[in-house]
Each structure stands twice: as structure tokens, then as C-alpha cells.
Write a protein that binds this ligand. Structure first.
Ligand SMILES: Nc1ncnc2c1ncn2[C@@H]1O[C@H](COP(=O)(O)OP(=O)(O)OP(=O)(O)O)[C@@H](O)[C@H]1O
Length: 697
């Protein structure tokens, strides 16, 4: 496949690139770019656009409760502002400066960069905390990077976040659900702790509406006009200038297959462009694995004398060691190609990257509260995301970005910003978190963007049925508190709790770990027939969850051998991640008092435990249907078993699914057979009004 490219119309100032088109990132730095690599870290810091604003930022933080800092990607917000604050004394007297990120990988990467710039050991003065991993020292750490989800969890033990002097909420434009909840809670905390300073940092945020959200001055005026201390009216600061030039090219014609187009673009860059690594944005593990496979084949046939490509996938389901590979230096004479989901979209600096290839798509969650169905959909990204992606090419030297869509499409079809996650996901996890923090009036909570009342009511209903909240919508004891303490979706946590009573916690921990990975099959290798045959070696009539137990057993039995994985079409990287996650979950389970016990092959108890968590996803095969059509018991939604499931074409009458994906139809991924009587046992309230009609055999 060959593509033709068109450079975007050049436009130097692009801070408000509403009409799009541009894509020449003008730069405060580009004139000095050639000296990169020789400059000391201190010099590099001083060249960042944010450096000119150092004093203004410190002044605003001193005089305002909340400061909103808007600056283009690469201007230095994340790495520099926490250091400026530290230098100005905000971490004196044992206080800590926090900087939150929506993604774990970004937390680790920026923390290690800041530790390097400050010349300290990571984990001492500069540390980080992500779920299941804490690299901080309670005595020494003064700057702490953490995910917004972890900061929310810290509130459970320290509701006023008393050790922090300044909290910087970074990448606020991403509007992740945890960021939005955090913003709502921080606003509350500020009322009790006026000395706490907030910085909301972002590339493209709607600064005015964010400022309006934090503005409590109008309410206070009159009552305490002469108050001392910081101003409650938020300050807005715009940091002008960005990283290095990134020249953007658009496809001349619409691209019919973004995966193949991405592969062929990488090959043309490799064959025609000067050295420099390539970062490709695709949507998920499945298309990334397929692209790695295709690209490996193509590069082997390429016959370029100057050496080959080092091809690396990057997605959250990879083990830590494999994720770290993308940060390692590219071997001499090689060109690294990182094929990633949007986890590399913000905050990351991959030093060698000069070229970005942007598919224009990402996987996004969409929840429909009416049908009670949450779907993972491959959907177009926003302009804000496209610009973040392009920005990855201009971090340490000028770069190029190839967009696999036309300029016209960018201008006319992509929305300016994405829809906040809180308005497109199920709220079950968020509601339990707020409850655990003592926020009882969820409907009256002050959100930066309101979720729909239907989604809220659905969430309360599911939590009630899970036994997490009682008739007064308060957390139950001990189950509700235990579930709130496990940092996983409440349905998975409930499954783990139920496994304790049923005596199958070892099995359920394995299942929970596998479900946290997108797929453990090497689905992009070989033919579909070969893969299906390999799967049949592990197949269990009870469905995918039990099949996973067989794969896991096989993996342990062969001493976690990569050759065994290859032979059986099992994804070795994914299995390494399963082992890692399982270890972490096991420790959490022990901490909350769950007995670790195996049921020794009794699949009935395993399926009952899954039902205890996922009863809301129960479906029945339509009697008249020969096409394998199921309907969800709750929403009567039409759904089908995904072809990747072991139960595809088997079509048992009663099943429960783990998640849904939408393509031409709604497909259920990871399916297990059940006995319908377990549903009323597990969730009498949830199903009571459906009896007896729905449960007819
Ligand atoms: N690990 C690293 N190696 C080399 N340079 C780095 C590294 N991390 C950051 N930098 C340099 O610091 C610059 C600023 O990074 P920083 O993350 O602070 O920017 P930002 O304004 O927060 O942008 P973004 O929102 O995209 O993260 C980068 O463009 C790059 O030049």
C-alpha cells in the first residue's frame, strides 16, 4: 500500500488551532535544537518555555488558592513546576508537593526524569506512587508523582490530604473520571484547608470554565471581604511557546485500513528518512500485536543494507519489564519503532522519537445507562489528542508527524476536545469511592461536568445489588468497606470476596488477573484455524474463565516457558503480566483477610463466584434464534458471543459475559456458563421484578 502525503498549511502561532490545518509547531527552542545532547540538564531546563514564567507561576501560587496553567505540550509544565515550587520553599517543614497524572506509565517516567534533573535517587527526595507500587520515603520525599486514582485512595486515610502544601493536577484536559472526581473533592478540601494550593495544568483546557468551577469568591464576597490569605478567585496563566518544530503531514486520500497504512508509513520513513525512532499510535493490544507481526515480516523482506528495525509494542497489558524496553536507548545502527495505544499520548518523552504516525483512532469506553451496557469502541480521537500525539515527535529535537487521515477530515470531523470520561462510562467504581470518602449525597456532588442522573441511579442500583451499599445508600460493613478497599472494579472485588466463602480464591485471583489483560492469546500469529486448534487444547465446556485456568496451569507447569507459549499460541508477554498482577492481587486479598484456598477443579464454585460479581451481565439465548443471538436479562439488549470466545458457536442457554465490544454487532468477550438459579441467589433484588418469566428454562 503506498500513501501520498500533503504537508499541513503552515501557521506559526497555533495555541488556539480551532480551524486546524497547521501543524508547524513554532518554537521558542528550535533555533538552539542542534545543541541538544550536549547541553547540561540545567541548561536544558532553562531553555524550556515555562522557565520564563517561573516567577509569575510562583507569584500566582503564593497569592491564589487555585492557579490554572495552560501551556502547549513540551513546554515544561510537568517536570519544571514541581521543582520551582520546591526551590521556593513549598516543601519546607516536612510538607510535600504532589503532581498527579492520569496514567501510571507517565507517573513513573516523569518522576525518574525529575529525579535525574535534581540529581537525586528516585524514591528519596522525588518519588512516585501508582496502584500496587509505592516508591516514596515518608521521611525524605518532597516531590511526589502519583496517579489521580491513588490520590483519591489516599483521601480514605487522610481526608484533608494534610501533608500536601501544593497539589498539581496535570493533564486536566484529558478529563479522566478520576481527575474530575479529584477536582470536585479538592474544591471541598480547600474550603476546610484554605492554605492548600492547587495548580490545574493542561495543554488545551477550557481554562475559563475550569476557573468558574473553582471560583468561590462570589459566594464569599460580602461575608469576608477583608479576609487574609490567598485569593479564592482562580488565576489563569498561559505559557507561550512549545517544544521543537513538528511538521505535520496528512494523507492525501482517506485511508481504508489504518493498520496497513501505519505499517507502510513506517516502512517508507525507514527507507527514506534520516535516523530517528518512530512512534505509532494504534488503538489496542489486538491491532498493535497485528502491526508488530506485519512490520516484522515487511522489514525482513525489506533488504535495507543499513540495518533493521527494533519493533516494540506498548500497551497497559504489558509487563513492567517490557514497558521499560521502550525507554532503553536504541542500539547503534538500528531504528526503534514503538507501536502504542494512547498511553504514550501525554507526558511521555521517548528520547529518540523523531517521527510520529497517528492512526486517528483510540479505544474508548461508552456506557448506555438505559440498556446498562458499557462498550469499548474504536472511535476517532479529538483534535486535542491529535496535537498531543504530534507533540511526542518534538520533545528533544524537531520532528515529523504523519496523520493517516486527510486534513479536511481533521478540520471538519474531529471534535475539539473529547467527551469527559465521566459522561461516557459506568459510574459504579466512582460512586463506591465517593461513598468510601463519606460523600453520601452523590447526586448533589459538585462535579466539573455532571454525569447523567440515569447513570448515577444505575450505579447505586448495582452497588445495592452487590451488597456494597444498604437501604440508606451507606457502605455496608464489612463487605462494602472491603470492596471499597480493593483497588479494582467493584464487580471484580465482589467476585474475590465471594470466592473466599466459596473456597476458590486462588482460582478467582487467576481469573481476575487474566481479565485485567486484554487478551492472553497470540491472536495475530498464524492462521485463525491454527489459533482455534491451539485454544481447543485448553478449552473448558464451562467457558473462557475456566479455560484461562487451564492455560495458567499449563504455563506454570512448563516453568513459564516462552517456547511453550509460542507452540500454544499463548501471548508470553501477557502471561508475564498475569503473573505480576496476580502477585499484587494476592497480597491485597491477604491484607483484607481473604483466605487463599483452591477448590481443586470444582468449576461450579468458580462459576458461582463469577456470578456473584457479574450477575448484571447475564444473558439468555433467544429460543427462536439460530444466529446465536442472546438478550441481556436486564436491558434486553441484543448481544452475540465474540468469535474469540471458546463458547463461540457452542451457544449455551445461560451465560454471563465480562465485557462488550462493538463492531458490526455487540459482542460479548469472555463468557462463562451459569445456572440461572444462581442469579436470584446472588442478586435477589436485581432480578426480583423479572421473575419468573425471564428465568423460564
Ligand atoms: N526523559 C526525558 N528525556 C529527555 N528530555 C526530557 C525527558 N523528559 C522531559 N524532557 C524534556 O522536557 C520537556 C518538557 O517536558 P514536560 O513533561 O515537563 O512538558 P509538559 O509541558 O508537561 O508537556 P506534556 O503535557 O506533553 O507532558 C520535554 O519536551 C523534553 O524536552
Amino acid at each position: 500500500m503506498s500513501l501520498f502525503w500533503k504537508p499541513g498549511a503552515e501557521k506559526p502561532q497555533l495555541l488556539d488551532d480551532e480551524e486546524g490545518g497547521v501543524l508547524f509547531f513554532s518554537s521558542a527552542l528550535s533555533s538552539s535544537s542542534s545543541s541538544y545532547g550536549y547541553a547540561s540538564l540545567e541548561k536544558q531546563r532553562q531553555r524550556l518555555p515555562v522557565y520564563k514564567y517561573r516567577n509569575s507561576i510562583l507569584y500566582l501560587v503564593e497569592t491564589h488558592s487555585t492557579s490554572i496553567v495552560v501551556g502547549e505540550t513540551g513546554s515544561g509544565k510537568t517536570t519544571q513546576i514541581p521543582q520551582y515550587l520546591k526551590e521556593a520553599g513549598w516543601a519546607d517543614g516536612g510538607r510535600v508537593i504532589a503532581c498527579t497524572q492520569p496514567r501510571r506509565l507517565a507517573v513513573q517516567a516523569v518522576a525518574s526524569r525529575v529525579a535525574e534533573e535534581m540529581g537525586v535517587k528516585l524514591g528519596d527526595e522525588v518519588g512516585y506512587t501508582i496502584r500496587f507500587e509505592d516508591l516514596t520515603n515518608s521521611e525524605l520525599t518532597r516531590i511526589k508523582f502519583l496517579t489521580d486514582g491513588v490520590l483519591l485512595r489516599e483521601m480514605m486515610t487522610d481526608p484533608l490530604l494534610s501533608k500536601y502544601s501544593v497539589i498539581m493536577v496535570d493533564e486536566a484536559h484529558e478529563r479522566s473520571i478520576s481527575t474530575d472526581i479529584l477536582l470536585g473533592l479538592l474544591k471541598k478540601i480547600q474550603r476546610r484547608r484554605p492554605e492548600l494550593r492547587l495548580i490545574i495544568a493542561s495543554a488545551t483546557i477550557e481554562a475559563k470554565s475550569m476557573a468558574a468551577f473553582f471560583d468561590t469568591s462570589k459566594k464569599r464576597r460580602g461575608s469576608d471581604d477583608k479576609q487574609h490569605g490567598p485569593k479564592t478567585e482562580p488565576a489563569i496563566l498561559s505559557v507561550e511557546g512549545r517544544g521543537f518544530n513538528v511538521q505535520v503531514f496528512y494523507a492525501e486520500e482517506p485511508v481504508p485500513d489504518y493498520l496497513r497504512a501505519a505499517v507502510s508509513t513506517v516502512m517508507s520513513i525507514h527507507n527514506q528518512e534520516p535516523p530517528g525512532d518512530i512512534l505509532v499510535f494504534l488503538t489496542g493490544q489486538d491491532d498493535i500485536d497485528a502491526a508488530v507481526e506485519l512490520l516484522t515480516e515487511e522489514s525482513q523482506n525489506n533488504g535495507k543494507p543499513s540495518g533493521g528495525l527494533t519493533i516494540l509494542p506498548l500497551y497497559s497489558g504489558l509487563s513492567r519489564a517490557d514497558q521499560d524496553l521502550v525507554f532503553s536507548p536504541t542500539p547503534r545502527g538500528k531504528r526503534k519503532v514503538v507501536i502504542s495505544t494512547n498511553i504514550a499520548e501525554t507526558s511521555l518523552t521517548l528520547e529518540g522519537v523523531v517521527y510520529v504516525v497517528d492512526s486517528g483512532f483510540s479505544k474508548q469506553r461508552f456506557y448506555n445507562p438505559i440498556t446498562d451496557v458499557e462498550n469499548l469502541i474504536v472511535a476517532p480521537i479529538s483534535k486535542a489528542s491529535a496535537r498531543q500525539r504530534a507533540g511526542r515527535a518534538g520533545r528533544v529535537r524537531p520532528g515529523k508527524c504523519y496523520r493517516l487521515y486527510t486534513e479536511e477530515y481533521y478540520v471538519n470531523e474531529l471534535s475539539t476536545e473529547g467527551i469527559p470520561e465521566i459522561q461516557r462510562t459506568s459510574l459504579v467504581s466512582s460512586v463506591i469511592q465517593l461513598k468510601a470518602l463519606g460523600i453520601d449525597n452523590i447526586l448533589g456532588f459538585d462535579w466539573p461536568a455532571s454525569p447523567s442522573p440515569e447513570a448515577m441511579i444505575r450505579a447505586l442500583e448495582v452497588l445495592y445489588s452487590l451488597g456494597v451499599i444498604d437501604d440508606d445508600a451507606k457502605l455496608t460493613s464489612p463487605a462494602g468497606f472491603q470492596i471499597a478497599e480493593i483497588p479494582l472494579e467493584p464487580m471484580i472485588s465482589k467476585m474475590i470476596l465471594a470466592s473466599d466463602e466459596l473456597g476458590c480464591s486462588e482460582e478467582i485471583l487467576t481469573i481476575a488477573s487474566v481479565l485485567s489483560i486484554q487478551s492472553i492469546w497470540a491472536s495475530s500469529r498464524g492462521s485463525q484455524k491454527e489459533l482455534d486448534e491451539a485454544k481447543m487444547r485448553f478449552a473448558a465446556a464451562e467457558g473462557d474463565h475456566v479455560t484461562f485456568l487451564n492455560v495458567y496451569k499449563g504455563f506454570l507447569k512448563c516453568n513459564k516457558s516462552p517456547t511453550w507459549c509460542h507452540k500454544n499460541f499463548v501471548n508470553y508477554q501477557a502471561m508475564k503480566k498475569v503473573i505480576e498482577v496476580r502477585g499484587q492481587l494476592r497480597r491485597t486479598a491477604q491484607r483484607i483477610g481473604i483466605n487463599l484456598k483452591s477448590c481443586d477443579g470444582d468449576t461450579q464454585v468458580v462459576r458461582k463466584a463469577v456470578t456473584a460479581g457479574y450477575f448484571a451481565n447475564a444473558c439468555r439465548l433467544e429460543a427462536f434464534s439460530h444466529s446465536g443471538m442472546y438478550k441481556t436479562l436486564r436491558g434486553s439488549q441484543e448481544v452475540y458471543i465474540h468469535p474469540s470466545s471458546i463458547l463461540f458457536r457452542v451457544n449455551p442457554k445461560w451465560i454471563i459475559f465480562h465485557s462488550l465490544v462493538s463492531t458490526d454487532r455487540q459482542y460479548m468477550r469472555n463468557v462463562i456458563t451459569i445456572d440461572p438459579s444462581w442469579l436470584t441467589e446472588a442478586a435477589p433484588h436485581f432480578y426480583q421484578h423479572r421473575q419468573p418469566d425471564s428465568f423460564r428454562q
